[in-house]
Design a protein around this ligand. Structure first.
Ligand SMILES: Cc1cc2nc3c(=O)[nH]c(=O)nc-3n(C[C@H](O)[C@H](O)[C@H](O)COP(=O)(O)OP(=O)(O)OC[C@H]3O[C@@H](n4cnc5c(N)ncnc54)[C@H](O)[C@@H]3O)c2cc1C
Ligand SMILES: *[C@@H]1O[C@H](CO)[C@@H](O)[C@H](O)[C@H]1NC(C)=O
Ligand SMILES: *[C@@H]1O[C@H](CO)[C@@H](O)[C@H](O)[C@H]1NC(C)=O
Ligand SMILES: *[C@@H]1O[C@H](CO)[C@@H](O)[C@H](O)[C@H]1NC(C)=O
Ligand SMILES: *[C@@H]1O[C@H](CO)[C@@H](O)[C@H](O)[C@H]1NC(C)=O
Length: 538
């Protein structure tokens, strides 16, 4: 055992040296030695390290990465090492030794970060990929579950439904998203109006801190616990697992989708939807999705709005609600489909009703493409003229999408400072702008991103201002970045107040306390304040 693992270490050392991670070979020898010292004999870190010369390196690197923009870019941005720990003690060893030997790490759970921050970096780095830390245990008696950070939300939903048809969890819509990123940045889905965000329903967590200790809610304290339930955990440590509070779902829910093109009155309906969707009964979530489509009559390009809905109840209860508040949509009994909550997860995930629940366990994304996304919050309904300007810009592109998700309900009852996610009362809905494309290359990328930026500037008058708020989980580096982690407070507060409003200051305070040396960092991590640090030491 000992011999084989030290042989492995020497082999690794040679591999590392040959790919010139080493500025000084002793550093890396020492790093690997440190890892072996801190590994437990039953779970040595050496068995979960992938170097670029390993034949599995590329497939592991690409496995969960979602945005092709960051897979095709130069290999200098790729990690020098990928760790795939399967035991929390390995995460502790990786953190202790990386910090000691100044190895920059990125933490990856589901790999869905819009700007690739979990798997690419301008500076030499290693990935800690939590794909093998993903067990889930559901306790139906206690109506809670422990979920490890590398699990996808599809896996979480599946494991809940396996045990109970009347419990669920309010998180994201796409099943392949990881709970490490999703929960720590807020995380909303189609039960947001009834139960709030995923982050609002976390009751405990295990986190490896910068000293390699495993902390729970009690030992980390309420400040740090608060920070990781909406402030993005990547600035504070490695989340190993979450304890979540499950919520009640009825045994029968109702879904419907009604789509209308511009010719069929899409603009009027979207306009009207803005007055209804955040005020209607909290059991009803109606998302509006704007896209480009072909008109069925002429085949010509047109705009289309789809109203995709989940109602936590049956059709008999839904129809009168809609008749009273949103008759313009013309919902009829034949549009309504009753099903179980877990079937509605598949419906929203875009799977056909023939598909087995097992697709939720499939972590591969059906498609990978190049994309750029942004977000906005809307406080006042956008005028019809404003909406027409959106369609005009849409028709210049191939596959633009705007997803408008209503808030209101439970979201209005939670104060702005309850968690770092501040976008509560006063926000009618969140906009996700998404543009996907298939062509490779810088030129295509710049053209499409340019279009997205023009749409975003067009929207400025219609959305929240001072700050123009944004959602952390719809990461957008156009809002500003840290410069190798050496960022002034003022510079970071530009994007920081967009994501967190006044909570930004408290996040900086927590960061300065728990990670003063800024070990956990990326292009948009919370800065620690050097001045405070100095004062403290004196
Ligand atoms: C197809 C798609 C659908 C989406 N749908 C929704 C949706 O319905 N609702 C919604 O709210 N959001 C949605 N999102 C956005 C999503 O919430 C964010 O992209 C989220 O950060 C992804 O988490 P992840 O673990 O998959 O990503 P990763 O890329 O692995 O991580 C994202 C960030 O979190 C950090 N991080 C990850 N794991 C940990 C950990 N264990 N400890 C500390 N830091 C960690 C990473 O370092 C990185 O900074 C969607 C994104 C995509 C691509
Ligand atoms: C790749 O790395 C893994 C994990 O360290 C190891 O088990 C495997 O043997 C390596 N494969 C090759 C071909 O070196
Ligand atoms: C619209 O039609 C064009 C060509 O007729 C086709 O390439 C495209 O895929 C269609 N778009 C949609 C959304 O169906
Ligand atoms: C998982 O999904 C991918 C993408 O849709 C698909 O290619 C693959 O066959 C699926 N795997 C299983 C086991 O179903
Ligand atoms: C960080 O920024 C300060 C002030 O701009 C500068 O003096 C210092 O050299 C920078 N440090 C690094 C490591 O870039």
């Amino acid at each position: 055992m000992r011999t084989s693992s030290s042989a492995m270490i020497s082999l690794l050392y040679i591999l590392l040296f040959s790919v010139s991670l080493a500025t000084s070979n002793t550093v890396h020898e020492n790093f690997l030695h440190c890892l072996s010292l801190h590994s437990s004999p039953s779970a040595p870190v050496s068995t979960v390290i992938y170097t670029p010369t390993n034949s599995s390196y590329e497939s592991i690197f690409e496995s969960s990465a979602r945005n092709l923009r960051f897979l095709s870019s130069s290999t200098t941005k790729q990690p020098k090492l990928i760790f795939t720990p399967s035991h929390e003690s390995q995460i502790q060893a990786i953190v202790i030794c990386s910090r000691k030997h100044d190895i920059h790490i990125r933490i990856r759970s589901g790999g869905h970060d819009y700007e690739g921050l979990s798997y690419v970096s301008d500076v030499s780095f290693a990935i800690v990929d939590l794909v093998n830390i993903r067990s889930i245990s559901v306790d139906t008696q206690d109506e809670s579950a422990w979920v490890q950070a590398g699990a996808s939300i599809g896996e979480v939903y599946y494991r809940i439904a396996e045990k109970s048809m009347t419990l669920g969890f309010p998180a994201g819509i796409c099943p392949t998203v990881g709970v490490g990123g999703l929960f720590s940045g807020g995380g909303y889905g189609n039960m947001v109006r009834k139960y709030g965000l995923a982050g609002d329903n976390i009751i405990d967590a295990h986190l490896v801190d910068v000293n390699g200790r495993i902390l729970n809610r009690e030992s980390m304290g309420e400040d740090l616990f608060w920070a990781i339930t909406g402030g993005g955990a990547a600035s504070f440590g490695v989340v190993v697992s979450w304890k979540i509070k499950l919520v009640h779902v009825p045994s029968t829910v109702t879904v419907f989708t009604i789509a209308k093109t511009l010719e069929q009155g899409a603009t009027e309906l979207v306009h009207r939807w803005q007055f209804v969707a955040d005020e209607i009964h909290g059991d009803l979530f109606i998302r509006a999705v704007l896209e480009v489509a072909n008109a069925s009559s002429t085949g010509e390009k047109t705009g289309r709005a789809s109203f995709i809905s989940l109602f936590l109840g049956n059709t008999d209860k839904l129809l009168p609600l809609m008749e009273k508040s949103f008759p313009e949509l013309g919902l009829e009994r034949t549009d309504c489909i009753e099903m179980s909550w877990i079937e509605s997860v598949l419906y929203f995930g875009g799977f056909s009703n023939e598909e087995s629940m097992d697709v939720l366990l499939n972590r591969s994304s059906p498609s990978k493409n190049f994309f750029k996304a942004k977000s906005d919050f809307v406080k006042e309904p956008i005028s019809k003229i404003g909406l027409e300007g959106i369609w005009k810009r849409f028709l210049e592109e191939e596959t633009p999408i705007m997803r408008l998700s209503p808030y209101g309900g439970r979201m209005n009852e939670i104060s702005e400072s309850e968690t770092p996610f501040p976008h509560r009362l006063g926000n009618k809905y969140i906009i996700q702008y998404m543009l996907i494309w298939e062509e490779e290359g810088i030129e295509a990328s710049e053209r499409h991103i340019g279009w997205m930026r023009r749409l975003y500037s067009y929207m400025a008058p219609y959305v929240s201002k001072s700050p123009r708020a944004a959602y952390l989980n719809y990461r957008d580096l156009d809002l500003g970045t840290n410069n190798n982690g050496n960022t002034s407070y003022l510079q970071a507060s530009i994007w920081g107040t967009k994501y967190f409003k006044n909570n930004f200051n408290r996040l900086v305070h927590v960061k300065t306390k728990v990670d003063p040396g800024n070990f956990f960092r990326n292009e948009q991590s919370i800065p620690s304040l050097p001045l405070w640090r100095k004062k403290k030491r004196e």
